[in-house]
Ligand binder design. Structure first.
Ligand code: CMC
Length: 429
């Protein structure tokens, strides 16, 4: 606590509330005693002004466009670290030594296969099933499969659940894709790195030799790092709300996957590409779509624009836009959708509607174009976001479970329904 008090006056009485500051100077009023003191609760639709936790994992400053994991800038991590190093950093609070990283990677590789019985799970889905639905149920099902690691308060069990998730999620994701293609599943290859193994499970076929392209592997590594954590976002909050009831980690992460699927959150990367394709098919007139996005009577939104927290620019979008050019050039791809995206960005950024509302391209605006160039079908984009976000979900869940101050998440409400009334017999209604 900072010692400074906030005063709130209600119905002629003054209540004093403690305040405190975070390590980067973020200020908060602790309102947890307000209802007991005054009978009032605070109302904050969508939690835009509510701090649900103290956390030492990720710092972001939406005004300055800063994003750091455990104090390290996202640009530096993208340049110098592997995705598993970042996962280790998020979950274990420090970058690993070489020995620690080797042990972590080895541990994950021991669990990359899924049980042969579990493969039958994929038989029940139609080929058209969305891979996010398949992935969420597969992860949820792990709780029924592995009852030896469900106790969140047992550190050993939490560790093994963590390793199983990191190891098996790429396998489940690739199998969901193979199912949609009607192709045989490709077993994990542990001599490959985390991203290389995933690409091999996605694109390898028994009929042909597949060699992982190092440029693709590097690009995927960077994309996963960019998505690895984003403090108390919608899916992470979902993971924590579920975990706060002491439900197991698999259940909590499955909830996170489902939350991420929504088009206002991770599902936006699929929605952006579909929007760009629609603009392209309809002749490429971006001004028409900008006008639609501004029209109050039209529910159309410019997907990939705007963010609850970033009000200046999204540093993740800057990194992705840069790699988009590099990767497409390297692959010799000219994608008209990239031209449309750039034109859309240029026009929107000069438009007073977008300037006044501080709407900038977010992480999802350019990521789909890279994924597409890498050969991923559109409905796999949000799956890739899930693979990236997994260490963040686990780290945030672990921080909550290990915090002695944690409580079950249980917001209050202001009831606006009917007052008490009596049932009218059915024949008289
Ligand atoms: N196109 C047109 N208008 C927009 C857009 C957009 N993409 N985003 C926000 N606005 C308008 C909105 O209509 C509102 O106008 P008004 O003040 O007149 O009512 C104003 O800007 C404020 O928007 P909001 O929806 O109240 O802001 P929010 O913080 O609740 O929502 C958001 C943030 C990301 C859900 C929203 O900007 C959005 O729907 N964007 C499109 C979907 C998208 O790209 N989502 C990915 C987010 S980044 C990945 C992640 O981390 O999840």
């Amino acid at each position: 606590m900072s010692g400074k008090k906030a005063k709130i006056e209600l119905e002629g009485k003054t209540y004093e509330l403690p305040t405190f500051e975070g390590s980067e100077g973020e200020k908060a009023v602790d309102i947890s005693s307000l209802r007991n003191q005054s009978g009032y609760i605070t109302y904050d639709n969508g939690y835009g002004n509510t701090g649900s936790t103290k956390s030492s994992i990720t710092f972001l400053d939406g005004e300055k466009g800063i994003l750091r994991y455990r104090g390290y800038n996202i640009d530096e991590l993208c340049e110098k670290a592997s995705f598993l190093e970042v996962a280790y950093l998020l979950i274990n609070k420090a970058l690993p030594t070489k020995t620690q990283l080797d042990a972590f990677e080895k541990n994950i590789k021991e669990h990359t296969m899924i049980n042969e019985d579990y493969k039958h799970y994929f038989d029940v889905w139609p080929r058209s099933a969305h891979p996010m639905g398949i992935l969420a149920s597969a992860i949820s099902g792990l709780a029924a499969f592995y009852d030896d690691c469900l106790n969140p308060n047992d550190q050993k069990q939490a560790h093994i659940a963590t390793i199983r998730l990191l190891a098996k999620m790429p396998t489940f994701a690739a199998y969901a894709y193979k199912k949609s293609m009607g192709q045989p599943f490709i077993y994990p290859k542990n001599k490959l790195g985390y991203c290389g193994n995933f690409l091999n499970m996605m694109y390898s076929c028994p009929t042909d030799e597949y060699k992982v392209d190092p440029d693709m592997e590097r690009a995927l590594n960077q994309l996963l790092i960019i998505h690895a954590d984003h403090e108390q976002n919608c899916s992470t909050s979902a993971v924590k709300v579920i975990g706060s009831s002491q439900a197991n980690l698999f259940a909590a992460v499955a909830g996170g996957i489902n939350a991420l699927w929504g088009p206002l959150h991770g599902g936006a990367n699929q929605a952006v590409l579909e929007m760009l394709e629609e603009i392209h098919v309809n002749g490429g007139d971006v001004t028409k779509y900008v006008a639609r996005a501004k029209d109050k009577n039209d529910s159309f939104k410019l997907m990939g624009f705007g963010h609850r927290v970033y009000k200046n620019f999204d540093p993740r979008a800057t990194i992705i836009k840069r790699s988009c050019d590099i990767i497409l050039n390297k692959m010799g791809i000219h994608d008209p959708l990239l031209d449309i995206a750039k034109k859309l960005e240029e026009i929107a950024l000069k438009d007073s509607y977008f300037i006044e509302k501080k709407l900038y391209p977010n992480v999802d605006f350019y990521s789909g174009i890279i994924y597409k160039a890498m050969g991923f079908p559109v409905n796999m984009f949000t799956v890739l976001f899930s693979l990236g976000r997994l260490p963040g979900w686990i780290a945030q869940w672990k921080e909550m479970i290990e915090d002695p101050e944690s409580k079950i998440a249980r917001p209050r409400q202001i009831y606006t329904g009917e007052k008490q009334r009596n049932i009218v017999p059915i024949m008289e209604r």
